[in-house]
Design a binder for this molecule. Structure first.
Ligand code: NAD
Length: 503
């Protein structure tokens, strides 16, 4: 392991950058394979320091008028826009995605900050006058206290922005644990939040691994945990967090199917699938790695169109404006994805396009895998069942829409799905009966906008409330209902032993 002294990525605690470098891990530039820095892996003591800072900042921040909290979010939105190029460059340097894709991610994140700036409106309670004689009652939404977020590598800026802007706008304080594989942008976003006027301690960032996560899950000062990542870890976070009395939402992995009907506009479906399967090198939880073609004719047409488009794809470093697809995140992930392609061949799926031998001149050390396309993928195969998280697309052939829906509904995951058709009745039937949380009709990546909420079904989400949007307001607050009477002077009631009602 090369110890690269150029850059250490530490923590942000109580408004100060802290370098606890007793344990570190290299961060790589996936386009070159070179180490670009060392990320500090927080010890339990460092995480406890961050929690203590968040707890200290909580009372004053909770009592800050929501409008003033919201104004910080408005200023942050401006700062994010002004510094967009710098943030996007950080994302691409550590994640590898192409710059326009990184811009898209950041813009979606900014929209969450914009939504958080509506906090005064979103936090309005519900009031009822005269619920009984002379009695008024209202519900209000109070902050929880210290909240924590644990985020994945694939959206290093956007997913943190799904969490802490809304949490702090609701009056909570926060400790974020970003992915250790591409930690720089999340740390920088928190520094911009300070610049926007967020008081020190309201948002803390600790980098690290399981030790940091477990400290957040077990410390009783942390009241709620939001997690986004793979399903095995999501399941662990949910169980461990609940065991320690916390509110938990844990979003997990996915295996999204697109259904293409015989009446679909095939050229549109092909273009949509190219971006959905190979955009961000397939490293999106809403990526579409499986196309279920209804009828062999649809399958043949889709394959012909996909092969033509794949031949035009440019794969190379994300910093080169002309490229469509960058590298995978790490060497280990590259090996894993390549292993799935080998496995698919062994299982008998037909590998129509093989990206395993791709070489990018001048970037021989990068983790580049070319686009791969399989035909005849069958439900029993590992490449059908498991999340690959790489540029590997499989065609599944079925005879009817009912058969396609049966497959999707039987799958372990239920994050996103879409249907391509011109038949409104089929689309409506599909949306009504499919067991998936986010559905697109002729829309390949139905990622909800910031003022809706994001979440899958089945083993793609553990917990009840989805991420961001209106569900985030509920997740980061607890309801309190107050019932009040001011009796007129001199009016005295006797003791009442029956249950109070309007009978
Ligand atoms: P991951 O589960 O490996 O890591 C996510 C976070 O958990 C990281 O911060 C990591 O440090 C931490 N972590 C990892 N192992 C841990 C352990 N044993 N104990 C405690 N914490 C641990 O996920 P990833 O590889 O960074 O991200 C890709 C995955 O995230 C994919 O499965 C993808 O589908 C999923 N994802 C889901 C959504 C969604 O909204 N459902 C969005 C983005 C990504």
């Amino acid at each position: 392991m090369t110890k690269n002294a150029e850059k250490t990525i530490g923590h942000l605690i109580d408004g100060q950058l802290v370098n606890d470098t007793a344990r570190t891990q290299p961060v790589y530039n996936p386009a070159t394979g070179q180490v670009s820095g060392q990320v500090a892996l927080a010890s339990q003591a460092t995480v406890e320091q961050a929690i203590a800072s968040a707890e200290k900042a909580y009372p004053a921040w909770r009592d800050t008028p929501p409008l003033k909290r919201a104004r910080v979010m408005s200023r942050l939105k401006t700062l994010l826009e002004q510094n967009a190029d710098k943030i996007v460059a950080m994302i691409t340097a550590e994640h590898g995605k192409v710059l326009p894709d990184a811009h898209g991610e950041l813009q979606r994140g900014i929209e969450n900050v914009e939504y958080a700036s509506y906090a005064p409106e979103l936090l309005k309670g519900q009031h009822s006058r005269n619920v009984g004689p002379g009695i008024d009652s209202w519900s209000e939404f109070q902050a929880l206290g210290v909240c924590a977020g644990i985020t994945p590598f694939n959206f290093p800026a956007m997913v943190p922005l799904w969490m802490w802007p809304m949490a702090v706008a609701c009056g909570n304080t926060f400790v974020l644990k970003p992915s250790e594989r591409d930690p720089s942008s999340a740390l920088y976003l928190a520094q911009l939040a300070l610049e926007a006027g967020l008081p020190p301690g309201v948002l803390n960032v600790v980098n690290g691994d399981k030790e940091a996560v477990d400290t957040l899950l077990r410390d009783e000062r942390v009241k709620a945990v939001s997690f986004v990542g793979s399903t095995p870890i999501a399941e662990y976070i949910y169980a461990e967090g609940c065991k320690h009395g916390k509110r938990v939402q844990a979003l997990g992995g996915a295996k999204n199917h697109a259904v293409v009907m015989p009446d679909a506009d095939i050229a549109n479906a092909v273009n949509a699938m190219m971006g959905a399967a190979y955009g961000s090198c397939g490293e999106r939880c809403m990526a579409v790695p499986l196309i279920v073609c209804v009828g062999d004719e649809v399958a043949e047409q889709m394959i012909a169109g996909l092969k033509t488009e794949i031949a035009k794809m440019k794969v190379g470093p994300g910093t080169d404006g002309g490229n469509d697809m960058g590298p995978l995140i790490t060497q280990a992930h590259f090996e894993k994805v390549k292993g799935y392609v080998d496995q698919g061949v062994k299982e008998g799926a037909k590998l129509l396009v093989d990206g395993r031998d791709l070489k990018v001149p001048g970037h021989e050390g990068g983790y580049f895998l070319g686009p791969c396309l399989f035909d005849d993928v069958k439900p029993g195969m590992v490449i059908y069942k498991e999340e690959i998280f790489g540029p590997v697309l499989g065609i599944v052939r079925v005879k009817t829409l009912a058969e396609a829906m049966q497959l999707i509904n039987a799958h372990e995951y239920g994050n996103g799905t879409c249907i391509f058709t011109r038949d409104g009745e089929a689309a409506r039937h599909f949306s009504d009966h499919i067991l998936v949380g986010m559905v697109g009709v002729n829309v390949p990546l139905p990622v909800p906008v910031a003022y809706h909420s994001f979440g899958g079904w089945k083993r793609s989400l553990f917990g009840d409330l989805h991420a961001y949007g209106p569900d985030a307001v509920r997740f980061y607050t607890k309801r309190k209902t107050i019932t009040q009477r001011w009796p007129s002077a001199g009016v005295r009631e006797g003791a009442v032993f029956s249950f109070p009602s309007n009978r």
